[in-house]
Design a protein around this ligand. Structure first.
Ligand code: UDP
Length: 485
């Protein structure tokens, strides 16, 4: 008898940090025998990510109701929201996508056997129930993070605390201390009220059949096992998803939904001209926008490290003043022999996988964190918002593959100008030195990062834990599909 073909429908949240790993997941799934994949997303996002996808993966276009929601034309992704004033409109538009998908459901032929949807596409919970399709949640985070969130929701331990008083997150294998003002917006709201949206996401999360995680079991064994207990075993760690392309060419590694602001060959040539492990790579993901004084401190910290560096500057609204500082202060001239500034989108995976990179100054977004792990690069951690302070705890305290610059509280998206300088240049330089310098702690940190990089790459290869988990996930869905026939 011919094997049944399964159809997976993937519904990513529309923002780079959420869409990129789901695009990688689509590639991974599409490589499996007897499995077809459709990605439901808005037309502009489909166009943005399609060039990196192999042809068997189909897109189902869900028109984004920009006008209806009062958004500027072309605003179809979190990194395109012009100001925080538009966040409520954007979230409303996301919820309207349920109707768009229902109107097009009949075109999905054969109907999907499984939906994998982002946590923040909470309407997919009702949609899946209506059409009787098992739904797996993807949250783009680690099991460590999922457990922290869960235990924070359950205990509300922070309720009695002042903003800066440390408390221990209950029920974790390690003693993890946080303060209230380091928590994500679910527990530490920003000035924009997103509580309804987040509560719906939480409700849909709890109802999901299971969870796929962009992580690998060896990275966080105890946390995976605890989280599995919590979710009745239906947790599949199938990452690191950024390795789904294997040894693909440099242009695939660099695009990830954007055209790099630097020629890839020029970038590699520059890296080739430096010693192995000598370069600091500084990049804060797709959404962080430091205020200008803070950005200057970061630049001065990199300069004072006396090491070669690549600095990814995304100044957006502050372009004029940042450019003035780079030129008029003489910064760019002073560092021209050892500093490469990329204005805009960097080919991050390409850079991190180059042997010259010896440390990653990161905001601790989960994708960036995992990409660093994959390349065996230790981190200099500077979390900004969302769950990034929790990721920092995993990197610094649990895994011992980085040191922090000493950031002590979140700067929510769009609230950068409420603060001045929170981290001084000396703290940046000091943390770089701890990770990349001659001291014993740096050497040990680098060694641990290198070892984890090897384990990460093995996890996704045939015989590895993530490879096995992907097979188990597909078997589980196959079982459900056969039972419903
Ligand atoms: N990224 C990139 N070039 C950039 C900035 C980001 O390729 O200049 C990619 C990065 O490799 C990662 C994603 O965008 O895959 C950012 O996700 P992350 O979770 O690290 O941070 P977020 O952007 O969600 O804050």
């Amino acid at each position: 008898m011919a094997a049944k073909t399964l159809h997976f429908l993937l519904i990513p949240h529309i923002g780079p940090g959420h869409t990129i790993p789901m695009i990688d997941m689509a590639k991974l799934l599409a490589k499996q025998p007897n499995l077809t994949v459709t990605i439901a997303t808005t037309p502009l996002n489909a166009a943005r990510y399609a060039p990196t996808l192999p042809s068997p993966i189909r897109f189902l276009h869900l028109p984004f109701p920009t006008a209806e929601a009062g958004l500027p034309e072309g605003c179809e992704s979190t990194d395109q929201i012009p100001s925080t004033d538009f966040i409520p409109n954007f979230l409303a538009a996301i919820d309207m996508l349920q109707q768009k998908l229902e109107e097009r459901y009949e075109t999905l032929n054969p109907p999907p056997n499984c939906i994998i949807s982002d946590k923040y596409m909470s309407w997919t919970g009702d949609f899946a129930d209506k059409y009787h399709i098992p739904r797996i949640m993807f949250d783009g985070m680690s099991c460590f993070n999922e457990l922290c969130y869960n235990n924070l929701y359950a205990s509300k331990v922070f309720d009695e605390m002042s903003e800066s008083e440390p408390f221990v997150v209950p029920g974790l294998p390690d003693k993890i201390e946080l303060t209230r003002n380091q928590l994500p917006p679910e527990f530490n709201p920003s000035s924009v009220d997103t509580s309804g949206f987040r509560q719906r996401a939480r409700d849909a999360e709890v109802r999901a059949y299971g969870v796929v995680i962009n992580s690998f079991e060896e990275l966080e064994c105890e946390y995976v096992s605890e989280y599995k207990k919590l979710r009745g075993g239906k947790v599949w760690c199938i990452g690191p998803l950024s390795l789904c392309d294997g040894n693909n060419d440099d242009s695939v590694k660099s695009r990830r939904g954007n055209v790099a602001a630097i020629d890839e060959r020029q970038c590699v040539k520059w890296l080739d001209s430096h010693e192995p492990g000598s370069v600091v790579y500084a990049c804060f993901g797709s959404l962080v926008r430091l205020n200008t004084p803070q950005l200057i401190e970061l630049g001065l910290g990199l300069e004072a490290s006396n090491r070669p560096f690549i600095w990814v500057v995304k100044s957006v609204h502050r372009e004029k003043e940042v450019e003035e500082w780079l030129a008029e202060s003489g910064f760019e001239e002073r560092v021209k022999d050892r500093g490469l500034i990329i204005r805009g989108w960097a080919p991050q995976v390409l850079i991190l996988s180059h042997p010259s990179v010896g440390g990653f100054l990161t905001h601790c977004g989960w994708n960036s964190t995992l990409e660093s792990v994959c390349s065996g690069v230790p981190m200099i951690t500077w979390p900004q918002f969302a769950e990034q302070f929790i990721n920092e705890k995993l990197v610094v305290q649990v895994l011992g593959i980085g040191f922090g610059v000493g950031a002590d509280s979140v700067v929510h998206v769009g609230e950068e100008d409420r603060f001045g300088v929170k981290v001084k240049s000396e703290s940046v330089t000091k943390a770089i030195e701890r990770v990349m310098g001659d001291g014993v702690e740096g050497a040990e940190t680098r060694e641990r990062a290198k070892e984890l990089g090897i384990i990460a790459r093995n996890a996704i290869n045939e015989g590895g834990s993530s490879h096995l988990n992907l097979t188990l996930l597909i078997q589980d869905i196959m079982h459900l599909a056969n039972a419903s026939c």
